[in-house]
Design a protein around this ligand. Structure first.
Ligand SMILES: [Zn+2]
Length: 254
C-alpha cells in the first residue's frame, strides 16, 4: 500500500496466529530501502517483488528493526541476491534458535495430522538464518537519492530495536517499538528494559509523525498515531508498576 510520495507498507504478512507482521519500503531516486523481511522466504519474495516494481533500476538495501524471526526471517532471500542487510550489531541469531522456532510453530498446529506431517516446514520453506551483514551501533542516516532516512536506535522491546524515520514524508517505521491493536510483547525484557522502551517512545513521538507503520497491526494515520503511542505507553507504565508483563510466561517470539 502506498503511504506517501516515497513510502509504502506491506501489511498482513503471515506469522503464528493471531500475528501478522508488516514490512516497509522507502523508494529514493537511486536506492530503495526495505524495512524488515517478514518471517520467511515466501514473505520476502512478496516484499522484494513490490520493492523491485516501484523503481526497477534502483539498488536495494534492507534494514532489520530487531532480532526476532518475524522481522528477519526473509533475510536469507535478500542475502542470496547480494543485497545488503543492515541491522543492530546485537542481531546474532543461530541455526539452533531457528530450528527451535520451527519446532514451536509445529507444536502449535491444531490438527494432529498436519502436526505429524511437520507442516511448519512449509511455512519456512527455503528459509535459512541470515544475520545482517552491515552493523548499526548508533543513529545513522541513509541517503536514498533525493530522500534521506534517519535510522534511530529505539531499544526496549529488545536491545536491538530501531526505527526508520522519513522526515520529508512524515512517515515512521517503528518495528515493535510500537504495535497497533495487539498488546505489545514485553516478554523479551525486564521492567528496566520497559523503562528504556518508554524513553525510546519519547524519542520518536517528538518527531510528530503523520503516518506510523508499527511492527504489527494496521497502519496509523493522523489522530490514530497519538492513540497508538498512548496505548503502548499505558501497557508499559502499568507493567512497570506491577513488575510483570501482561502476557508473562507466554510467547516470546514477536
Ligand atoms: Zn514482531
Amino acid at each position: 500500500m502506498r503511504l506517501s510520495e516515497r513510502c509504502y507498507a506491506v501489511t498482513g504478512l503471515g506469522y503464528s496466529p493471531p500475528w501478522c507482521v508488516n514490512a516497509g519500503i522507502v523508494a529514493g531516486d537511486s536506492l530503495t530501502l526495505v524495512v524488515d523481511t517478514g518471517g520467511n522466504t515466501l514473505a520476502a519474495q512478496t516484499i522484494y517483488g513490490y520493492a523491485f516494481a516501484i523503481r526497477p533500476n534502483n539498488e536495494l538495501r534492507v534494514i532489520n528493526t530487531e532480532k526476532h524471526f518475524d522481522h528477519i526471517g526473509g533475510n536469507s532471500f535478500f542475502r542470496e541476491r547480494e543485497i545488503e542487510v543492515w541491522g543492530h550489531s546485537g542481531i546474532a541469531r543461530t541455526a539452533g534458535e531457528f530450528h527451535q522456532e520451527i519446532s514451536e510453530f509445529n507444536a502449535a498446529i491444531p490438527d494432529a495430522v498436519r502436526r505429524e506431517r511437520g507442516e511448519a516446514a512449509a511455512f519456512f520453506y527455503d528459509t535459512r538464518v541470515a544475520n545482517p551483514n552491515r552493523q548499526i551501533e548508533k543513529d545513522a542516516c541513509f541517503d536514498l537519492g533525493g530522500c534521506s532516512v534517519k535510522i534511530m536506535l529505539t531499544p526496549g522491546h529488545t536491545p536491538t530495536n530501531l526505527s526508520a524515520w522519513v522526515p520529508e514524508d512524515g512517515v515512521l517505521f517503528t518495528g515493535d517499538c510500537l504495535i497497533r491493536e495487539y498488546l505489545p510483547n514485553l516478554d523479551a525484557g525486564t521492567p528496566a528494559d520497559w523503562q528504556v522502551w518508554l524513553e525510546s517512545l519519547d524519542r520518536i513521538e517528538v518527531l510528530e509523525p503523520k503516518i506510523v507503520v508499527a511492527g504489527h497491526g494496521p497502519v496509523a494515520r493522523g489522530d490514530e498515531v497519538r492513540t497508538v503511542f498512548q496505548n503502548v505507553r499505558r501497557v508499559l507504565t502499568e507493567s512497570i508498576e506491577r513488575g510483570s508483563s501482561p502476557t508473562a510466561n507466554r510467547s516470546k517470539r514477536h
